[in-house]
Design a protein around this ligand. Structure first.
Ligand code: DX5
Ligand code: ZN
Length: 221
């Protein structure tokens, strides 16, 4: 298991002052920026694209930008995000016609690649790609909106993926996304996650540093 990473989802940030919000949350101790891309087609919401990613880079953000694509089709937006400064690009396998090709496309664009599983998406998509991916992202809510509650069955799924990652012997990150809060993050860490997305739990608080510290303490406990 790798060192823990907190990846605030900027979906819950104040978009009118996004650059400052990202600076603040990174100064508060978060390591990554989680960047939720929704297309009003694969998911019922519409958010931000490569232009905003590029704007964050131009603003001076050097932290990893973890792009979570909730779009269909997937492939044609990948090179744009790579050019815009994405670090990791994760996609939902059921939104891609050719999962292996999409992974290769992400990696040949210079990014690391992640596969995302909705609460009811079977893990069988992992069967033939464990040697190629860099990250597994488990959704603990149905994608589309911030502020939903954690679906408890995600804990068993985390344990299962943790075993598969350990068996692979590869340094694959295990990321969890949806309803992560200071009061459940310890249990989530013990189930095997090492990378923690949190949107509303961080951005709905005044003191980002206090929430991030509480989360890191609960993970370490
Ligand atoms: C949901 C997004 C999440 C979301 C998490 O589709 O993928 O990243 O913003 O938000 P919270 O932490 O509020 O559940
Ligand atoms: Zn996300």
């Amino acid at each position: 298991k790798q060192s823990p990473v907190i990846a605030p989802s900027i979906l819950s940030a104040d978009f009118a002052r996004l650059g400052a919000e990202v600076d603040d949350v990174l100064a508060a101790g978060a390591q990554w920026v989680h960047f939720d891309v929704m297309d009003n087609h694969y998911v019922p919401n519409l958010t931000i694209g490569p232009l905003v990613c590029e704007a964050l880079r131009k603003h001076g953000v050097t932290a990893p930008i973890d792009v979570h694509l909730m779009v269909k089709p997937v492939d044609r937006i990948v090179p744009d995000f790579a050019k815009a400064g994405a670090t990791n690009i994760s996609f939902h396998p059921e939104a891609s016609e050719h999962v292996d090709r999409t992974i290769q496309l992400i990696k040949s664009s210079g990014c690391t690649a992640g596969l995302v599983f909705n609460p009811a998406t079977p893990l069988s998509y992992l069967d033939y790609v464990m040697d190629k991916i860099d990250l597994v992202l488990l959704m603990s809510v149905n994608p589309g909106f911030g502020g939903q509650s954690f679906i408890p069955s995600a804990l068993d799924k985390l344990r299962e993926v943790r075993e598969r990652i350990d068996r692979s012997g590869r340094a694959i990150r295990l990321e969890i996304d949806g309803g992560v809060k200071p009061d459940n993050i310890g249990e989530i860490a013990r189930a095997g996650a090492d990378t923690f997305v949190a949107g509303s739990a961080i951005f709905n608080e005044k003191d980002y540093g206090a929430v991030v510290a509480k989360m890191m303490a609960a993970i370490a406990a």
